[in-house]
Design a protein around this ligand. Sequence first.
Ligand code: 4AD
Ligand code: MG
Length: 429
Amino acid sequence: MKTTIKEIGKHVEQSVTIGGWLANKRSSGKIAFLQLRDGTGFIQGVVVKAEVGEETFKLAKELTQESSVYVTGIVRADDRAPSGFELTVTGIELIHEAVDYPITPKEHGTEFLMDHRHLWLRSKRQHAIMRIRNEIIRATYEFFNEQGFVKVDPPILTGSSAEGTTNLFHTKYFDEDAYLSQSGQLYMEAAAMALGKVFSFGPTFRAEKSKTRRHLIEFWMIEPEMAFMDHEESLQVQENYVSSIIQSVLKNCEQELKALERDTAKLEAIKAPFPRISYDDAISFLQEKGYEIEWGEDFGAPHETAIAEAHDKPVFITNYPKDIKAFYMKPHPERDDVVLCADLIAPEGYGEIIGGSQRIDDAELLKERYDEHNLSEDAYGWYLDLRRYGSVPHSGFGLGLERTVAWISGTEHVRETIPFPRLLNRLYP
Ligand code: 4AD
Ligand code: MG
């Protein structure tokens, strides 16, 4: 019977066939141990010469790394095996012989691995990270669907910018100028006025000249937007959402977390509510710790890490100065120098994973912001319309998928959290 490594536990003591690749191999004169992978998981196949005969044993011994095979064998339960099962091989059919696979079991440098990303994805570590990414996406759809949100897809090619004009990707749209989307937010606000609670999930682009472990040029964002919700209500959605994806990964990716040697005790503690600290207090905290930072400046990675280290859960930094945040954020009702916004900082130094805010709902105030930020009514008139026809308080946020995957999987650099990373100086493969 044909099956997969993931499903193999349903066939203990039965004969099964799996299509897979040889990940690694050990052998002696009489026995060969094949590390097999099939995309769903990894399993060891044991080939005993006395049982399979000369020809199959020779094939097993000569099998090269990443050759593709159909392997038939009897499934054995084995507590020592990471997957809990082992295969006593009875037959091997070679599909295709791989010659000189470049990624050998020895250590390779990062640039070499990045050049071979199309093959590197096959490794046990990358396999585990991609499955965790998939689980976060699955849990995201589940969470928002259960909460009554509608998935809406904003455009990728746009005529306006949501997050400032400094890092826009410019392209031609026939005779017009266009930009790759930095954020779907402005469109999601329009969608929230049509559908109430909405979320998007899609690629976003920022031509950032930053070469850090947290920055990608192309990254994926989840952007919920909610009509009739103020800032505090939005924070509650955020903490419940983040808790729910953590708990889903803990439940459904046990083997992957183990393969990555992730300290799961740290993740188990991540349950709503999350602590909140104002920007003002964060500045005082950092100054007391000896950092040279003044009120009005934005935080850098070391600042975020210092704040995160003081907490064992993600922490919201709220009410940033208006001058360092986007034009659309609603001013604080009692202070005009700060806005109703928050960044969510992940623990363990993984940095900002969410940026969110309540949006300006007053047409006159928004127009003032257009003037301050040199935004033309030609390009942003439609966005102003949302404040002209039944304007309501509304809030939303954007969660960066790759930074979230990095945190949950315990991966140092975001380049390993997306199948084909687009980085400064890397557009290949
Ligand atoms: O804080 P940002 O810029 O917020 C927005 O774009 C809002 N319009 C979202 C909204 O309210 N709908 O970006 C949101 C998140 C960040 O917290 C971070 O996790 C991620 O997107 N992010 C990046 N991830 C990887 N590489 C980059 N260059 C990123 N820039 C932002
Ligand atoms: Mg931000």
